[in-house]
Design a protein around this ligand. Structure first.
Ligand code: TYM
Length: 382
């Protein structure tokens, strides 16, 4: 791939992503310092680390969402996951952030688990597998800390009856040629995957209020289609807040991916595995010898341990500044920053494991029995 080239689609992220260019390409808005200040005022406290550090960097209509909230109209949150065998730490980004938004604004959250999408998109997977993974991934998602009364987690193959009326209305508004162009399908694509966008769009119409979607920016094509048709069906154009991608362990390009084991730390990796993977695979921007590192310092732009600390594992701003200064100047060595990363990842995973265990008793609550969940099973979306 030529220098400066990159690709971002819902199925692949390649190259070194230029996020400013992506904003222009996708026609979204940058999250400005002024908008951040507005959010800070609305929540009445410190911003989430992923906003402070511009991990969530782009949006559509976030200003209108805040206005709706201020004027008492309110809004709701929607995000989702195509289940796979084992979530990695990057997958937690939208869920941790969404649960923070829920705590701040006390709003409903809808989480779509697309066991159908995963099955239809991949020749090798059976439906039994993707449904099993759905259960497994839901445990990780619950561990992000959602409010059981205000959160509904639903699996497409189960909730379809209630979604179908709104999905057919959406489907009737979308032509094959639009969907084909948006997702790069062709006439050999199976017909399920051609219809599928209607199901990912449907939850944006679960309430008559504005929907805000926190997700990686790879999911944006769905929202562009949604915004073309929502008003003609009597709903709001969905608002979004987009995140960058946590890079793979193996280098600063592309995104961490479940299907490349050495590129990812899975949420079930034990402390020894974490240490082995980081020591062996983490791509370093440090210099090849200690002498050179002491003299020149590390290139933080390409250093994955630094970026992982920045994205996720070191929330303390003064600590990240210290690491930046010491590693960037050569006072800190590659082995040392990797050790810090191993320790931080294991600390995160230890807490996560505990919460994941506790989540086993809550699956039914989030899917069927909680306050919002039981209301949703009563409701047919027209
Ligand atoms: P999926 O399962 O590919 O991804 C789930 C969420 O994780 C984000 N993500 C990442 N974020 C940061 N760094 C990474 N390395 C990384 N890899 C994945 C994705 O952007 C996404 O937010 N079709 C969807 C499922 C879906 C959905 C939704 C997602 C249904 N409805 C509404 C978001 C919002 C999918 O395949 O996601």
């Amino acid at each position: 791939m030529a220098e400066g080239n990159f690709t971002v689609t819902p199925w692949e992220v390649k190259g070194k992503v230029d996020y400013d260019k992506l904003i222009v390409q996708f026609g979204t808005q940058k999250i400005t310092p002024e908008l951040k200040e507005e959010i800070r005022r609305a929540v009445g406290g410190e911003l989430h680390v992923m906003l402070r550090r511009d991990i969530f960097f782009s949006h559509r209509d976030l200003d209108l969402v805040l206005k709706d909230w201020m004027t008492g109209k309110g809004f709701f949150l929607y995000t989702g996951r195509a289940p796979s065998l084992g979530m990695h730490v990057g997958h937690m980004i939208p869920f941790l952030f969404t649960s923070w938004l829920q705590r701040q604004f006390k709003v409903n959250v809808y989480i779509e688990i697309t066991d159908d999408e995963k099955f239809m998109r991949n020749q090798d997977y059976t439906l039994e597998q993707t449904r099993q993974w759905a259960y497994d991934n839901i445990l990780d998602i619950i561990a992000a800390g959602f409010d059981p009364d205000r959160t509904f987690i639903f699996q497409d193959t189960e909730y379809i009856r209630n979604m179908y009326p709104i999905a057919v209305k959406i489907a009737k508004k979308l032509t094959f040629s639009e969907v084909r162009a948006t997702f790069g399908l062709d006439v050999s694509s199976n017909i399920g995957i051609i219809f599928y966008p209607a199901l990912q769009i449907a939850p944006t119409m679960f309430e008559k209020r504005r929907c805000l979607i926190p997700a990686g920016i790879d999911q944006d094509p769905y929202w562009r289609l949604q915004r073309d048709i929502a008003e003609s069906l009597g709903y709001y154009k969905a608002a979004q807040i987009h995140s960058k991608f946590m890079p793979p362990l193996t280098g600063p390009e592309g995104k961490m991916s479940s299907s490349i084991p050495e590129s990812a730390i899975y949420l079930v990796d034990d402390p020894k595995t974490v240490e082995r993977k980081v020591m062996k695979y983490a791509f370093s921007g440090g210099q090849p010898t200690i002498e050179l590192q002491r003299k020149l310092g590390a290139n933080l732009e390409i250093d994955v341990p630094y970026q992982w600390l920045y994205y996720f594992f070191e929330e303390d701003d003064s600590e990240i500044k210290r690491i930046e200064a010491e590693y960037g100047s050569g006072k800190m060595l590659t082995g040392e920053i990797k050790q810090i990363l191993v320790e931080r990842i294991n600390k995160f995973l230890e807490v996560h494991r505990q919460r994941r265990e506790e989540a086993k008793d809550l699956v039914k609550v989030f899917k069927y029995e909680g306050k919002l969940a039981s209301q949703m099973w009563e409701k047919i979306h027209e």
